[in-house]
Each structure stands twice: as structure tokens, then as C-alpha cells.
Design a protein around this ligand. Structure first.
Ligand code: SF4
Length: 73
């Protein structure tokens, strides 16, 4: 299963990812972005959502957004 995640050590809280697709990315109280656990599974995303996630990933100024791949439990 692939999930989109944000590396909290690299994110600078610019908000660009949330501006692109706020159903997946959100700025937290600490000012850094994280993905919403209920919406961050790449495998189950609609194609248009997936495309916007990839746009956010490629557009992140610090390359904080990454894809995590895990074996099915
Ligand atoms: S675009 Fe990148 S740096 Fe900006 S808030 Fe999102 S993850 Fe953080």
C-alpha cells in the first residue's frame, strides 16, 4: 500500500500543498503540513486526486512530500 506523507523535519509550512489539495494535505497547529490519514492512501485515490497530490509533491519547495510504501498487513 502506498501512502503520501510529509517529512516534518523538512517541511517549512509554506501551505502550497494544502492550497493545491486540502482534502489530503493540511497545516497542523505546529504550522507544518501533514496528510490526512483517512485520505492519504494513493492506491484508493481517484485519478484526479492522485494527479493533484503528484503536483503538490513536485511543487513542494523543500521536497518534504514523499511516498511511503508498506506491505499489506
Ligand atoms: S508544500 Fe512542502 S513545505 Fe510547503 S507546507 Fe506543503 S509539505 Fe510543507
Amino acid at each position: 500500500m502506498k501512502k503520501v506523507k510529509v517529512n516534518q523535519n523538512v517541511c517549512i509550512g509554506c501551505g502550497a500543498c494544502q492550497a493545491i489539495i486540502d482534502s489530503v494535505f493540511q497545516l497542523q497547529d505546529n504550522g507544518l503540513a501533514e496528510t490526512k490519514s483517512e485520505n492519504n492512501t494513493i492506491d484508493t485515490m481517484d485519478e484526479d486526486v492522485k494527479q493533484e497530490v503528484m503536483d503538490a509533491l513536485e511543487g513542494c519547495p523543500t521536497s518534504a512530500i514523499y511516498i511511503e510504501e508498506k506491505e499489506e498487513q
